[in-house]
Write a protein that binds this ligand. Structure first.
Ligand code: PMP
Length: 406
């Protein structure tokens, strides 16, 4: 993988901040975008922008075709059985809320149980917590192990005949832990329990195959995979989408409307009320094509080298604690330096051009597990380098020196 060539595709990376080269290590929050995505978006606006699905004119038909081709491309990319299983949403959060709404309407009753893990992003925690509250169901949280992994044995102990869903993240946005989702679906399906996988932090870093994982639902966001904001995907097996009622009502999602009654459109349009974000969808398709062209196997290999290097170098810093030490980790490193506030570290290294995230990373139950309120988080993408990891370490050492002496 030629990273210096790749970096040329991402114009934002070549700037300086405070007279220092930008070192962008906040990829878990959002990624930068390659020119190929801008070009795809620009092409729609310049050449064939028109509202989709309803027009009979040339532009509308062309735009509809490009949009639906993107849906098919995404279905193929994740190895879905059909493009009917791909619902466009605003992002991971909306995808999960859509499923939670379906469960609320059709499946969950008083006394039922939903299992999540302690390492979930609030997006895959609060919707289930609220659903359980509303339905008098039980919200069950699988505690994590000290190394930031989950124990399959402990999960097995939590499953009962009342369990109606297991929702877990593929990769933790705080620890970088890769969860054994395939093993989870296997165990869950033995008892006919569906599994939802939050792939917000995995699809851009590894091969994700829904047939191989055998998950029932999977959610991800365009903006975390080098694509635009405001677009994401819910993958769901057709049997579930057939069962669920619409999530929102309006144009597009109907078949016929009369004063007496409304019938709904076929899949997946039943879940896409209103004018779809076709520009975003086409942009997200271009981002996935960029990943595919670069080669996911090469990305995995390259990112692992940079990640392992960064972990090794960070570990040499005095009084640093890195959270999450399980063997299967990628992209994300969360840490604290004893006696220093993550916010202070983040603010000072920003002055060196290093962009990281500080705080609880929308995963309060997880950070509380470690008895802390937050961490500093560096998260890597396909364009980051070992030299940037070195600069991160250097900046932290410098910042620590300043803060210790104050
Ligand atoms: N899940 C995980 C694991 C995440 O990292 C994030 C974003 N930080 C989300 C869900 C929510 O994604 P979005 O804000 O794009 O809906």
């Amino acid at each position: 993988m030629n990273v210096s060539e790749i970096r040329k595709d991402f114009p934002v990376l070549s700037q300086t901040l405070y007279n220092k080269p930008l070192i962008y290590l906040d990829n878990a929050a959002t990624t930068q975008k390659p020119i190929q995505v801008f070009e795809a978006v620009e092409e729609v606006y310049k050449k064939y922008n028109a509202n989709i699905h309803r027009g009979i004119h040339y532009l509308s038909e062309l735009c509809t075709t490009k949009h639906e081709d993107t849906r098919q491309y995404i279905a193929d990319y994740i190895n879905a059985a059909s493009s009917n299983e791909i619902v466009f949403t605003r992002g991971t959060t909306e995808s999960i809320n859509l499923v939670a709404n379906g469960f609320a309407e059709t499946i969950i009753n008083k006394g039922d149980e939903i299992i999540v893990t302690e390492m979930e992003h609030h997006s895959n925690f609060v919707p289930w917590q609220m659903l359980c509250k509303k339905k008098n169901a039980t919200f069950v949280v699988l505690e994590i192990e000290e190394d930031g992994s989950i124990s399959i044995e402990k999960l097995k102990c939590l499953i009962t005949e009342k369990t109606k869903l297991i929702a877990l993240t593929h990769v933790s946005n705080v620890l970088g832990t890769i969860n054994p989702v395939k093993e989870v679906t296997k165990i869950a399906h033995q008892q006919e329990i569906p599994v939802l996988v939050d792939a917000a932090q995995s699809i851009q870093h590894m091969k994700v195959d829904v047939k191989d994982m055998d998950c029932d639902f999977m959610a991800f966001s365009g903006h975390k995979l080098y694509g635009p904001t405001g677009i994401g995907v819910l993958y769901a097996k057709e049997k579930w989408l057939e069962k669920f009622p619409p999530y929102q009502y309006g144009g597009e999602m109907i078949q016929n409307v009369s004063i007496e009654k409304t019938t709904f459109n076929k899949l997946p349009f039943k879940f896409e009320a209103g004018t779809p974000n076709y520009i975003g969808a086409i942009g997200m398709g271009a981002a996935l094509k960029y990943i595919e062209k670069t080669g996911i196997d090469d990305i995995v290999k390259y990112e692992k080298q940079v990640y392992d290097y960064a972990v090794e170098k960070l570990s040499t810093i005095d009084n640093i604690q890195i959270y999450g030490t399980s063997k299967e980790r990628i992209s994300v490193i969360s840490f604290n330096i004893e006696g220093l506030h993550p916010y202070d570290i983040g603010t000072l290294i920003d002055k060196n051009g290093v962009a990281v995230r500080t705080g609880n990373h929308c995963a309060e139950p997880l950070v509380h597990h470690y008895g802390i309120n937050g961490t500093t988080r560096a998260s890597f993408g396909l364009y980051n380098t070992k030299q940037e990891a070195d600069m991160l370490v250097k900046s932290i050492i410098k910042a620590s020196g300043i803060l210790m002496n104050n």
